[in-house]
Design a protein around this ligand. Structure first.
Ligand SMILES: NC(=O)c1ccc[n+]([C@@H]2O[C@H](COP(=O)([O-])OP(=O)(O)OC[C@H]3O[C@@H](n4cnc5c(N)ncnc54)[C@H](O)[C@@H]3O)[C@@H](O)[C@H]2O)c1
Length: 261
């Protein structure tokens, strides 16, 4: 399993290192990072090998490919010649197929994972696909300490998982931004609107998680017949409301995921 080599440690690679550290999942001495622009935070972590020499890469048992889909081939070409023949590749690159990655890494086994940024606080979600059982187990070991893992049995579903999960934290943040702005439009100060919108959404998400209730039931618990919530939901759940809007948004993410591959 270890040492683990991260090819790329930007937002997602960095979030994973944060989450692993908080969970006590891997010692920093078990991690190596290859990144042409490592953050100062990473460089300050005692024990973490940042940009070790090529000869060191052969020690890696697991390689996490965490560069942009547009740059993955370059990262693969730089690292692959120095890796051990039995190193397993775990890719989080959106859209890029396991077959393409395996070819670029000399036929090594590949798992694909689509994580969310909440891995940084141990509350991520990770959709996972691997044809090879050992690669699947390796990807589980990387993500189970920081995410709830959903196993997919068809690689093609990684596109849908990206649209519904990997990208979705941004949908929620966009919702909170819009709610804050709507609060200001309704007369609240910016400060009060921010506090109300953020605290309300964070509390509602925590309740969804803690109660185990269906979101439709939680929605009903807020909605008094003929009351204020019903008035708002008649706008949000109209024929051109959330349902069709999110379906279109997820379909756009799926299309883009396919293009990135
Ligand atoms: N950010 C997310 O929420 C998220 C979620 C799921 C999956 N992903 C996937 O994770 C990957 C990384 O996304 P990100 O948001 O962390 O991007 P990012 O740009 O923040 O990080 C990528 C890092 O790769 C480094 N890099 C560039 N060329 C390299 C090379 N040749 N070798 C090694 N490192 C190199 C960059 O310096 C950068 O630090 C993407 O493929 C993306 O599809 C991102």
């Amino acid at each position: 399993m270890t040492p683990i080599l991260l090819l790329g440690a930007g937002r997602m690679g960095g979030a994973l290192i944060d989450g692993w550290r908080k969970a006590g999942a891997f010692a920093l001495s078990d991690l190596m990072v290859r990144d042409p622009h490592p953050t100062t935070e990473l460089q300050a972590l005692a024990g973490l090998a940042v940009n070790p020499p090529d000869e060191e890469l052969g020690r890696a048992k697991t390689v996490l490919l965490a560069v942009k889909p547009q740059l993955w081939r370059e990262a693969a070409a730089q690292a692959a010649p120095h890796l051990a023949p039995d190193a397993v590749i775990v890719s989080i690159a959106a859209g890029v197929s396991a077959a393409d990655i395996s070819r670029a890494f000399g036929g090594r086994h590949v798992a694909r994972v689509m994580p969310t940024t909440a891995v940084a606080i141990g509350q991520g979600t990770a959709s996972l696909y691997a044809a090879d059982p050992d690669a699947r187990a390796r990807a589980h070991a990387l993500f189970a300490p920081v995410a709830s893992v959903a196993d997919l049995d068809d690689e093609d579903l990684m596109h849908a998982a990206t649209g519904v999960s990997g990208s979705a934290p941004a949908y929620l943040y966009a919702f909170v931004e819009a709610l804050e702005a709507a609060g200001v439009a309704a007369g609240l100060s910016e400060d009060v609107s921010k506090t109300l919108a953020r605290s309300t959404i964070a509390g509602a998400a925590a309740l969804l998680n803690a109660s185990g209730e269906d979101p439709a039931e939680l929605r009903r618990q807020v909605t008094s017949p003929g009351g204020t919530t019903q008035a708002a939901l008649e706008v949000l759940m109209a024929d051109d409301g959330f349902g069709p809007l999110l379906e279109k948004a997820v379909a756009a993410a799926v299309r883009r995921s396919k293009e990135l591959g």
